[in-house]
Design a protein around this ligand. Structure first.
Ligand code: SAH
Length: 357
């Protein structure tokens, strides 16, 4: 039993069951025992591996995407380059190295890292110290400056809390977390009910026990970024695992040491995430007059030149290095690995046509 489990149970005993969204938020962000306060999370020794950690090519191609957007925006003399949830800082480091081919881009960039975890901020500062660039760390997306803005977010949306609603009879009741008679954390249904208007088409045919997920926290981020790029011009790239069409199903998951774990078993020690409903987020952006485009990670990376980059990177290396690059291409872009499970949501202000999507 973790220290956070004890703390959660004390809270539930006093104030009653909590929603899944509250549970996720506490598990990830509790100031004493939250996952991102204490865990190294990403990498071979952590709980999961992300695309920037698989290969430098990922961040480099995103760097080229940013350069192209900046040029299409008319090469503004000052702009904001923001990364949300930057993990170990690897993506930004690779992005900057690739983008240095146009020094004016680098000198125009006001770089912002949006990160809530102090542990992660420290890792990012270390990763980026050799760039000798002036980089600002903030913890809230709403604190980004008012200027043309280019936003990158890889595996950021999936960590934001979700609500789950379970079909029971003709109602969709919210799932929560309570304590059972043996004082263990367990699933319960709460009194809150989801309005039918918020369910996707076909909900009447869903069987008893079917699950529907919502994430107001993700929608809030999309709305803030959409306002920013509609008011000040710009573009954003959200890359994550999820579905391009809204649907039903329980995608809440816990990851620990590269394997799936029971999300209620070790709160604070496992990474809690869920799949992103990209259609819902695209609708949020479109409501604010932003044009959303959804593609797969494979489509995006291949259109941005993954194969060509792999070829030039491997050119002067030995066979072992070339094999590593080949494996990285497979991992990032093949359908059996990340290629089609991961989607890219691109948002952009009027008048520009982003590449790769
Ligand atoms: N983008 C990185 C890391 C993904 S893990 C990569 O691809 O490797 C999620 C990251 O989001 C971590 O850095 C975590 O500390 C950060 N994070 C979690 N919740 C956040 C929030 N509400 N605001 C900003 N960053 C957050």
């Amino acid at each position: 039993m973790t220290q956070l489990a004890e703390k959660l149970k004390r809270g539930i005993a006093v104030s009653g069951p909590i929603s899944l969204a509250e549970y996720m938020h506490i598990c990830m962000a509790d100031p004493q025992f939250g996952y991102y306060k204490n865990q190294t999370a990403i990498g071979a020794k952590g709980d999961f591996i992300t695309a920037p950690e698989i290969s430098q090519m990922f961040g480099e191609l995103i760097g080229i995407w940013c350069l192209d957007i900046w040029q299409k925006l008319g090469a503004p003399k000052q702009f904001c380059l923001a990364e949300l949830g930057p993990g170990k800082g690897t993506l930004m480091n690779d992005l900057i190295r690739a983008a240095k081919i146009i020094p004016e881009f680098i000198s125009a960039a006001n770089i912002f890292m949006v990160e809530t975890s102090e542990l992660m901020q420290t890792a990012q500062k270390e990763a980026l110290q050799d760039t000798n660039l002036n980089i600002t760390w903030i913890s809230e997306v709403s604190d980004l400056p008012n200027m043309p803005t280019i936003v990158i977010a890889n595996e950021f949306l999936d960590v934001l809390p979700i609500h789950q609603y379970v079909r029971s009879g003709n109602k969709w009741s919210e799932r929560g977390v309570s304590i059972d008679k043996d004082n263990n954390l367990h699933d319960v249904l709460l009194a809150a009910i989801l309005e039918e208007a918020l369910l996707p088409n076909g909900y009447k045919d869903e069987p008893e026990g079917s699950v529907f997920e919502t994430s107001p926290a993700r929608e809030a981020i999309i709305e803030i970024i959409s306002h920013k790029i509609s008011d000040h011009t710009g573009a954003a790239l959200f890359i994550d695992y999820g579905h391009a069409t809204s649907g039903f199903g329980d995608t809440f998951q816990a990851l620990r040491s590269h394997g799936f774990a029971d999300p209620l078993a070790e709160p604070g020690l496992a990474d809690l995430t869920s799949h992103v409903d990209f259609e819902k987020l695209a609708i949020c952006a479109a409501r604010l007059n932003i044009k959303p485009r959804i593609s797969t990670q494979a489509e995006f990376l291949l259109a941005m030149g993954l194969i060509e980059r792999a070829g030039s990177l491997g050119q002067n290396g030995g066979v072992q290095f070339q094999t590593q690059i080949q494996e990285a291409v497979e991992r990032l872009a093949s359908d059996s690995q990340m290629g089609s499970l991961f989607k890219v949501l691109c948002l952009n202000s009027d008048g520009i046509e982003p590449s790769g999507v």
